[in-house]
Design a binder for this molecule. Structure first.
Ligand SMILES: *[C@@H]1O[C@H](CO)[C@@H](O)[C@H](O)[C@H]1NC(C)=O
Ligand SMILES: *[C@@H]1O[C@H](CO)[C@@H](O)[C@H](O)[C@H]1NC(C)=O
Ligand SMILES: *[C@@H]1O[C@H](CO)[C@@H](O)[C@H](O)[C@H]1NC(C)=O
Ligand SMILES: *[C@@H]1O[C@H](CO)[C@@H](O)[C@H](O)[C@H]1NC(C)=O
Ligand SMILES: *[C@@H]1O[C@H](CO)[C@@H](O)[C@H](O)[C@H]1NC(C)=O
Ligand SMILES: *[C@@H]1O[C@H](CO)[C@@H](O)[C@H](O)[C@H]1NC(C)=O
Length: 454
């Protein structure tokens, strides 16, 4: 039922999101099942611990024959306590899920959210900044009842196969961005970190903002470069007007939509990386963890705006570029890590990197979004948090089953699981009449108008 872009691993976050989604829909039936299963799991764990202790001959001997010798018993006890505390933190998580579910905003409709907030006395002003003065996107009619004529954008994006390409170059102190005009122009070979790119960022991409206007995308261990990736990266180019876009890859993408992206985005620079393989003395197995760590290394080194390759950008993130670090809340109550805006050497990212000394290779999220959420509580001055979860990451049920009003959103994170087939079928013509949130957002990015096409 739950497929993943990495077939070997189903992200526990996705299972978790799925459980949350279902439990809301089926009025907590699933939650009851989930909780029961969890309780059974905990009981089995306890039995397992007890059996293990009983079958330990040393433990038995010490207990039965030598009451004074407790050293090894206390070792067992310590172990037991560790496992107990693990169980406890799992229980806390379940508590968070259930409680978090109730705390959720009912909608992504910002006007309603602001109104509700104004009615509550004494609550912290969580949407005050920067939503207080947000410029609504997408016009005023959100009924999607009419069709408008849309142009045929196919040729606009394919440009007869002619590509303009911007290439950073450094000869001693001469640092520049050269423009070349040929699709088949090979890519210059950049790695990470790179001195020339560092100079280009410092000398040519840095303005009065703290965060340089660079977009960073990571493409590790991925399959085909689908339409949604093209639209996502194109939306970053179109709405953020970045100086340069870096795509850190292990295998260079290819295919129709990669070519269309290259034709329409001149300043995308592929950067070949060897993904990190070890951290905190431990082997990194999952590609998601490699990507989690790589994005922190990149932001530490260069600063800029990290975006997942399935993150649509609907408007500029400049509002956040004078803060040292910005992240947003996702619908699950943790931070999302698909958007991270940070200056070079940001103190928050440093704390986060440091936390990897206690890296847990087999857990999802423990070192990434859960850690970031914990650290933000601990060091609130080091990070700005967009608390309305619809700012960057509306709940996934809003994407294909609704037409939610994203007039206030900076971006939309496209959750792929469960929707791969649908997403694969998208192209310039199939999105014209796609009557849901994704269709509207894609049209907004590509046609400059969210309305359905006649
Ligand atoms: C019990 O423990 C004490 C202290 O550790 C030790 O001196 C003694 O030999 C032990 N007796 C047996 C039967 O193991
Ligand atoms: C616990 O028992 C093992 C043998 O099973 C022994 O080698 C070890 O030294 C003991 N540990 C302590 C702390 O006494
Ligand atoms: C599109 O979907 C909305 C509900 O999201 C519905 O109200 C509207 O009538 C639909 N438009 C068309 C043309 O079917
Ligand atoms: C758009 O133009 C292309 C050729 O440039 C054509 O193949 C395609 O059918 C057209 N699509 C629509 C919706 O008219
Ligand atoms: C690029 O090169 C390939 C062969 O290497 C050639 O078939 C294609 O026509 C070239 N494209 C352009 C736009 O020059
Ligand atoms: C676009 O996708 C639809 C199915 O989703 C398909 O029928 C159509 O042929 C595709 N169009 C192009 C130009 O690939």
């Amino acid at each position: 039922m739950l497929k993943n872009k990495y077939p070997t691993l189903i992200k526990s976050k996705e299972i978790y999101m799925y459980v949350m989604k279902s439990s809301w829909r089926m009025s907590s039936h699933l939650l009851v099942v989930f909780t029961s299963l969890f309780v059974i799991f905990v009981i089995i764990q306890f039995i397992h611990i007890l059996v293990e202790m009983q079958s330990n001959p040393k433990y038995k001997a010490e207990n039965k024959e030598n009451k004074t010798c407790v050293t090894n018993e206390s070792r067992e006890l310590t172990k037991l306590k560790t496992r107990l505390s693990r169980m406890q933190s799992l229980l806390t998580l379940v508590h968070r899920i259930t409680k978090g579910g109730k705390r959720q905003e009912e909608s992504c409709h910002i006007e309603t959210a602001l109104l509700l907030l104004n009615q509550k006395e004494g609550t912290e002003t969580i949407f005050k900044d920067p939503f207080e003065d947000f410029t609504p996107l997408g016009g005023t009619d959100w009924s999607f009842r009419t069709y408008i004529p849309c142009s045929n954008i196919s040729s606009k994006f394919r440009k007869n196969g002619r590509r303009r390409q911007i290439i950073p170059s450094c000869h001693n102190d001469d640092v520049k961005l050269e423009m070349k005009d040929n699709f088949n122009q090979t890519f210059p070979l950049f790695g990470f970190p790179d001195n020339c790119l560092q100079k280009v960022i410092d000398q040519l991409c840095t303005t009065h903002f703290l965060v340089p206007n660079i977009l960073h995308y990571i493409w590790l261990g991925k399959g085909s470069f689908d339409f949604m990736y093209f639209v996502s990266i194109y939306s970053g180019y179109k709405n953020q007007h970045p100086c340069l876009i870096f795509l850190y890859y292990d295998t260079l993408p290819s295919g129709e939509w990669w070519n269309v992206l290259l034709l329409s985005v001149p300043n995308i620079i592929p950067v070949k990386v060897n993904p990190p393989s070890k951290i905190g003395g431990k082997q990194i197995v999952f590609v998601q963890h490699k990507s989690d760590i790589l994005r922190l290394q990149i932001l530490t080194k260069y600063g800029g705006i990290y975006l997942d390759t399935d993150q649509l950008l609907l408007t500029s993130l400049d509002k956040f570029r004078n803060r040292e670090c910005t992240m947003g809340m996702a619908a699950d109550g943790y931070f999302g890590s698909a958007v991270i805006i940070a200056g070079k050497n940001s103190a928050f990212i440093k704390k986060w990197m440091d936390s990897y000394s206690a890296y847990k290779p087999n857990l999802w999220g423990e070192n990434s979004v859960i850690m970031a959420t914990k650290l933000a509580k601990q060091y609130p001055k080091l990070i700005h948090v967009e608390k309305h979860y619809c700012s960057f990451y509306p709940h996934q049920t809003y994407l294909s089953d609704h037409n939610y009003k994203w007039s206030h959103s900076y971006g939309i994170h496209i959750y792929k699981p469960g929707r791969e087939k649908q997403l694969k079928q998208l192209n310039f013509s199939s999105i014209r009449k796609l009557n849901n949130t994704l269709g509207a957002a894609f049209r907004f990015v590509l046609f400059d108008n969210k309305e359905l096409c006649s």
